[in-house]
Design a protein around this ligand. Structure first.
Ligand code: PGA
Length: 219
């Protein structure tokens, strides 16, 4: 069986001290779970190095992802963090999250540029779509289906509908599909048991490391 992916999107949360506390709890996880499932933690840029060193020092098999990437390559682009820089710390990058789409009004072209640059530097895009008709750039292998009504609302999609949308997304290309939106340790199993879903993307519930451990356990 393919491994199950649990992606934790910490969003714009955690100072350095808060991250250290989170990591101290997370490290109590049963290491067997990290062998069995593929865990990808996505903290803010400022924390990527802290997380990377911690996981390596504590022998925890966890991958890292960034929450976004510049649509420009390295160069004179003040404030941007580019794919080549991220690759120093992470193997994944979330692209096209709806919170960012809403703030920045990004076009399909800009998002495609982000995907292309990520692939050039061997960063795997986790490409967020809001429904089955959202455009997906060439080269994306991991797609996260995140309906707007479900994000941060406590009102997840039904596992059956998420599975149906995932099957439609899969007709468009060789995609592994994750579901994201109000995942908790109580509902995660009903999503990960769906045949067309390869895992989940967790937002709010991952802010407490103990809750994330439960989610990983129940997935
Ligand atoms: P949520 O967020 O789990 O807090 O709903 C999911 C996401 O935005 O990726």
């Amino acid at each position: 069986m393919d491994s199950l992916f649990i992606v934790a999107n910490l969003k714009s949360n955690k100072t350095y001290d808060e991250a250290k506390l989170w990591l101290d709890v997370f490290k109590t996880i049963d290491k067997f779970l990290l062998e069995e499932k593929k865990i990808i933690i996505c903290p803010s840029f400022t924390l990527l190095k802290v997380f990377k060193s911690f996981f390596s020092d504590n022998n925890l098999k966890v991958s890292l992802g960034a929450q976004t990437v510049s649509s420009f390559d390295e160069g004179a682009h003040t404030g941007e963090v580019n794919a080549k820089q991220i690759k120093d710390f992470a193997d994944y990058v979330i692209i096209g999250h709806s919170e960012e789409r809403k703030l920045l009004n990004e076009s399909d072209e800009t998002l495609t540029q982000k995907v292309n640059l990520s692939l050039r530097y061997e960063l795997n895009p986790i490409y967020c779509v809001q429904g089955k008709d959202t455009f997906i750039p060439q080269g994306v292998s991991m797609v996260a289906y995140e309906p707007l009504f479900a994000i941060g609302s406590g009102n997840p999609d039904t596992p059956q509908n998420a599975n149906q949308v995932a099957s439609e997304i899969k007709t468009k290309g060789e995609h592994q599909v994750l579901y994201g939106g109000s995942i908790t340790n109580e509902n995660v199993g009903s999503f990960t048991s769906q045949p067309n879903l390869s895992g989940v993307l967790v937002g709010g519930a991952s802010l407490e490391a103990q809750e994330l451990i439960k989610i990983i356990d129940n997935a």
